[in-house]
Design a protein around this ligand. Sequence first.
Ligand code: BJW
Ligand code: ZN
Length: 247
Amino acid sequence: MQAGPKQLFSEELRGRFGEANRVLVLTGAGVSAESGVPTFRGGGNAAVWKGIPFEVISSAGMLERDLPAVWEWFNYRRGLLEALKPNPAHEAIARWQDRFSDFTLVTQNIDGLHQAAAAREVIELHGSIWRARCVHCAAHHNLRELRIDNGVPACFDCGSSMRPDVVLFGEMLPAGAFERAAAKAAVCELCFVVGTSAVVYPAAAIPEIARAAGAYVVEVNPERTPLSELCNEVLTGSAGEILPLLG
Ligand code: BJW
Ligand code: ZN
C-alpha cells in the first residue's frame, strides 16, 4: 500500500525487524542508483556502450573475441565510479551488520560501494570491477593500486593476459559464492531484496530459496519485478529513502 513514511511498513515487518536474528540482504544495481551508478535495465545509461548492448559486451563470448574492448568498457566504468560515494541505502545496510546477530549481505554489484560504506563481509556474486585476474594462473591484482588505462595488462606472475575479475554472462560465479549465499538464504528469518530486477540467475534464486524455507521476504524497488508476487511485502520506492526509515 502506498502511504506516508509512518504507514510504509506493516506492523508485521516492524515486529520482525525488531526481533530477527538471521537476516539476509540481496542487492542489485538499484541500491547504487542514488550514488549515480547507472542501472542495467530500466533506462540506465550504460545499457548500450558504443552501440554494443551490455549483455553482449559483458559476455563470455566478447571476452574471447575482443578482450581489449572488454577492458575498455570496464576502464570506462571504473573511471565513472572513482568519484562516486555510497548513499544512505548502503549506509543503512552497513549499520544492520551490527544490529542482527547473523547478518549476510549478498550483492550482484561489482562497484565496491557496500565496502566503501564499511560493510565488512560482502558476498560478491558477480565479482569486482576493482580487481583483475590472470586468465592463466591464480594471480589477482588490485586495480585501486594499479592504473590500467590502455590495452590488455599482463600478469605480473606469469605474463599471460589479465581480465576484469567480474562474472560475465555465460560464466560461472566465483567458486562457493552462490553456495554460501544459498545456505544463508535457507536459514534466514528475514530477507530483503533491494534494487534488483531479479531476472539474472542464479542470483535471483536467493530470495526464492529464502521464501521456500519460510523467511519473510521484502522487496525494495520503485518498480515491480518478477519476484514481487512471491514477496511477503513490497516497499515501493527508492532504497536510499526507504532503508534508513527501517533503522
Ligand atoms: C532501484 C532504484 C533505487 C532503480 N532504489 N531500486 C535460468 C534461466 C535463463 C537463463 C539463465 C538461467 N540461469 C542462468 C542463466 C543465464 C544467465 C541469466 O541469468 N540470464 C538471464 C538474463 C536470462 N546467467 C548467467 O550467465 C550467470 N552464470 C551462470 O548461470 O553460470 C552457469 C552457466 C554457465 C554457462 C552457461 C549456462 C549457465 C552469470 C550472470 C552474470 C551477470 N553479469 C552481469 C554483468 C557483470 C559485469 C558488468 O557489470 O558488466 O551482472 S549482467 C548484469 O545484471 C550485472 C548485474 O549484477 C546483473 C543483475 O542486474 P541487477 O542488479 O538486477 O540490475 P538491473 O539494472 O537489472 O535492475 C535494477 C533494478 O533497480 C530495477 O528493478 C530498478 O527498478 C531498480 N531501481 N533505482 C531501489 N533508487
Ligand atoms: Zn598469471
